[in-house]
Design a protein. Sequence first.
Length: 277
Amino acid sequence: MSRARLPLPLWLGAPLVALALGMALISLIWTPHAPAALAIGDKLRAPGWSHPLGTDHLGRDLLSLLMAGARTSLAVALVAVGIGAGLGVPLGLWAAARRGTWIDDLLMRANDLIFAFPSLVIAILITAAFGPSALNAIIAIGIFNIPVFARVGRGGALTIWSREFILAARLAGKGAARISVEHVLPNIASLLIVQGTIQFSLGILAEAALSYVGLGAQPPTASWGRMLAEAQTLFYGYPRLAIVPGLAIVLTVLGLNLMGDGLRDHLDPRLRQRAVQ
């Protein structure tokens, strides 16, 4: 019997994500230049040895800004996904364990209420109300990840609760909470991982959008979205100022989406069995 090979989307997406993650990690200890250092005399320089991607209108090194911006974008998206998964998954498991009760109905109607509003618009309202900052951007994005993970967790858990081994666990005297943790959660972990990659990519887009309108990370913190905002008036004369951060966002989001598709194909037992055959 042949071994299942890793799906092609996973091979294509992993290097793109690794590149963005590598830039973020390296920026913690080193960047070619200080990202916030202004050098008006060097403004709008073309790419060269000292500035591989050139400089912006304030003389800041574009590569250093890109690396520091990767750290901000990935950190905001990662923490927001962590908030969504940390609160949403337990709620989804609780709703599935109480299927048909008022608890299930209340949680799902609350989810429907949140889904009724455009997530990005509400995120903008939250950050505008509490003040623009990376922390408020994390909270705003994380709030809308909660119902996503709750619904995905509940849907996956409902199919597990009807299985025979769950009945055996109940007959053994295990409670709903213990069954959810020991039996249900491990069986929906792959589903949650795939959803996590999708929400991670959406979090990067949301952070970029908030920073673009000035409601995300504030100066001197670098952000891909603010790099785009600062470059919009210079696009026709110096398109690289917008292309560089725009391309970073596109490639990172593309890599995460490809990884999500690849992980789904690899972790789904039915699709994996087809690959082996």
